[in-house]
Design a protein around this ligand. Structure first.
Ligand code: PEP
Ligand code: MN
Length: 292
């Protein structure tokens, strides 16, 4: 969409998005999952390892993130790795471990589904489907999760415009209204960070759409020391939560340990988010959680 007279790109309008557009729900959408809300006054922290590696790793990390105030446990069982020689995830065994740790901790889980053929299987174990960045325009997959009744954490494609992203969200919304958007960084000329976390996307998505917006500063930066500052920025810019990689021993992680927070870094970040949340009216942790 270009304005030929002055060559300034015209931004998309909510008119283009029948189901995702803010006009259809001016007050914004809160995706509800038992006793966890995503959207509204809540700032929902989804945290855990990049990949499920073992029962011990998952349970230890889950207990850490829970005690810091995370409401949802993340962990990949099917991993979209750049190299076919890298750890691909524990697949169904990983899903079983996620379900077991949910049982132990009470934390609902979010895990990635990469392929239409995995939807039924992942449905049996997960609380929230994650559609990864590389799958944003896998339209058959979007149509398949649209047939289910579980929320979908829908990541922005690494090379996708906001317009392409919201158009793709429409595919899911045609059958399933529980879509949670997730900005996870886009490819730019910059190489000092893994991706360029597009903070502009937060107010833009909020402006154009009624859907909750989560930010993933782990993949958005690729550096653990940038995760806390970008999480604070995301909260201040109006995000409804974060998806963050935490590992009890990042140096031993099989996937993305280089960008994962250790327990102390996670607790410190949660403390800062609690303070900002208090100032701007977003609830990040229950007041009875004691940050260490
Ligand atoms: C992930 O969350 O572990 C992941 C693979 O993310 P993305 O799809 O954003 O690269
Ligand atoms: Mn990862």
């Amino acid at each position: 969409m270009n304005n030929l007279l002055c060559d300034i790109p015209i931004s998309p309008t909510e008119v283009d998005y029948k189901l995702a557009g803010r006009k259809s729900r001016p007050g914004g959408t809160v995706v509800q999952l038992d006793d966890v809300d995503i959207g509204g006054d809540q700032f929902t922290v989804m945290a855990g390892p990049c990949a499920v590696e073992s029962y011990e790793q998952l349970l230890t990390t889950a207990e850490i993130v829970k005690s810091g105030g995370a409401k949802i446990l993340r962990g990949g069982a099917f991993k979209p790795r750049s190299s076919p020689y890298a750890f691909q995830g524990l697949e169904e065994e990983g899903l079983k471990l996620l379900a077991e740790v949910r049982h132990q901790t009470g934390l609902p889980i979010v895990t990635e589904v990469m392929d239409t053929r995995q939807v039924d299987l992942v449905y049996r174990y997960t609380d929230i489907f994650q559609i990864g960045s590389r799958s944003m325009q896998n339209f058959p997959l979007l149509k398949e999760v649209a047939k289910t009744d579980k929320p979908v954490l829908f990541k922005r494609g690494l090379g996708a415009t906001i317009d392409e992203y919201l158009q793709a969200a429409e595919y899911i919304l045609q059958g399933n209204e529980n879509v949670i958007l997730c900005e996870r960084g886009i490819r730019t000329f910059e190489t000092s960070t893994r991706n360029t976390l597009d903070l502009n996307a937060i107010p833009m998505l909020k402006h154009l759409s009624h859907l909750p917006v989560i930010v993933d500063p782990s993949h958005g930066t690729g550096h653990p020391w940038m995760v806390a500052p970008m999480s604070r920025a995301a909260m201040a810019a109006g995000a409804d939560g974060i998806l963050v990689e935490v590992h009890h021993k990042p140096e031993e992680a099989l996937c993305d340990g280089h960008q994962s927070l250790n327990p102390e870094e996670f607790f410190n970040m949660m403390h800062d988010l609690y303070l900002i949340g208090t100032a701007i009216g977003k609830e990040v942790i229950s007041p009875n959680i004691v940050l260490q």
